[in-house]
Design a protein around this ligand. Structure first.
Ligand SMILES: NC(=O)c1ccc[n+]([C@@H]2O[C@H](COP(=O)([O-])OP(=O)(O)OC[C@H]3O[C@@H](n4cnc5c(N)ncnc54)[C@H](O)[C@@H]3O)[C@@H](O)[C@H]2O)c1
Length: 311
């Protein structure tokens, strides 16, 4: 049995606890939250032990791996401590609140030979995998544009980073996965109702000469999470929520069957297999760092009104 624990069991961490409790050959030994009542109630529900101090939990339980689902500004300190205890970590996205911290964590994980995976969950959306296959098979022809829209009301619990590092980061990671590295960005960002930026529109120039466009905000009343890729032979669109894919060419519109699967289940199973050495990590600390590099370039471009080059 692989022993795992979840640190931070608020809105998202309790999903990690539920999913781990459902994976065969994985034992959820503990959950930890500074909110004692929360920790106890989640532990009771999934039949494990409750802690309010993660350092004590690491010493007593000696887990093989943890998920860190605490607020973003705590990721650096908690993940460093976890790695220094020799424990593999799936740290929720964004890997850290700054690029500088993320680079330090990446270096620490590599120097200790431990797995550090950022929680870029959309990579595990089955519909994204379907689109990757279409691109790799050349079904779209030459790709010219990839457009993502991720808009919703403000999730009130997120109060330590803005919409770029909290939300647009998912699309940045998917775009890197599908299209490759970004060369430069030009963006507009601003804040209408929140302390951090609550809207961002960014044009990305990829090294492969594809153009990307991302619209992210916490102002739109309805939750929309979509991706459209335009190529010389076909256009493909995806709804991240329903996991529906639509392929259109000059003659027909196709809707291939993509079996709905919970992305978090696929993500955590992959993480455990990587911890056990059965699979090599698909999503590394370098991916977490690269995504934050683009986020910071978007913010810099937005505030300076200039195109920012990443390399
Ligand atoms: N991958 C995804 O799709 C996804 C979705 C939602 C949230 N997230 C990420 O997960 C993280 C948490 O978000 P959330 O929405 O669950 O927030 P939340 O506020 O609901 O939960 C955070 C929990 O962490 C606890 N906590 C804070 N400091 C702690 C500490 N030092 N030790 C132990 N527990 C501590 C809080 O008491 C709280 O229960 C964020 O980084 C967010 O970006 C990722």
């Amino acid at each position: 049995m692989t022993k795992v624990a979840v640190i931070g069991v608020g809105f998202w961490g309790r999903n990690h606890a539920r999913v781990y409790s459902e994976i065969e050959d994985v034992e959820l030994v503990a959950v930890c939250d500074i909110d004692r009542e929360r920790s106890k109630s989640v532990a009771k529900r999934y039949g494990c032990r409750a802690y309010s101090d993660f350092k004590e939990m690491l010493l007593v339980e000696k887990p093989d791996a943890v998920s860190i689902c605490t607020p973003t500004t705590t990721h650096f300190e908690i993940t460093s401590e976890v790695l220094n205890h020799g424990v593999h970590s799936l740290t929720e996205k964004p890997l850290c609140s700054t690029l500088e911290e993320a680079e330090k964590l990446r270096d620490l994980a590599y120097s200790l030979g431990l797995r550090l995976m950022p929680g870029h969950i959309e990579r595990f959306n089955p519909a994204v995998g379907r689109i990757k296959t279409l691109i790799d098979n050349g079904a779209l022809g030459r790709i010219i544009l990839i457009t993502a829209r991720r808009v919703s009301r403000w999730p009130e619990r997120i109060g330590d980073v803005g919409v770029v590092k909290d939300s647009a980061i998912h699309d940045l990671d998917v775009m890197r996965f599908l299209i490759g590295d970004v060369e430069s960005v030009y963006a507009k960002v601003g804040s209408l109702r929140h302390r951090f930026e609550d809207y961002a529109e960014a044009i990305l120039h990829f090294e492969s000469e594809v153009t990307g466009f991302i619209e992210a905000n916490w102002l739109t009343p309805r939750r929309i999470r979509s991706l459209i890729i335009t190529g010389s032979e076909a256009t493909v669109s995806l709804d991240y929520i329903s996991q529906e894919v639509l392929i259109e060419d000059s003659e027909k519109v196709l809707q291939p069957t993509v079996k709905w699967e919970e992305p978090l289940m696929r993500e955590l199973k992959h993480f455990i297999n990587a911890v056990l050495g059965k699979e090599s990590l698909l999503l590394t600390a370098d991916d977490g760092v690269e995504a934050l590099k683009i986020c910071e370039a978007i913010l810099k471009s937005g505030y300076k009104g200039e195109r920012i080059y990443l390399r």
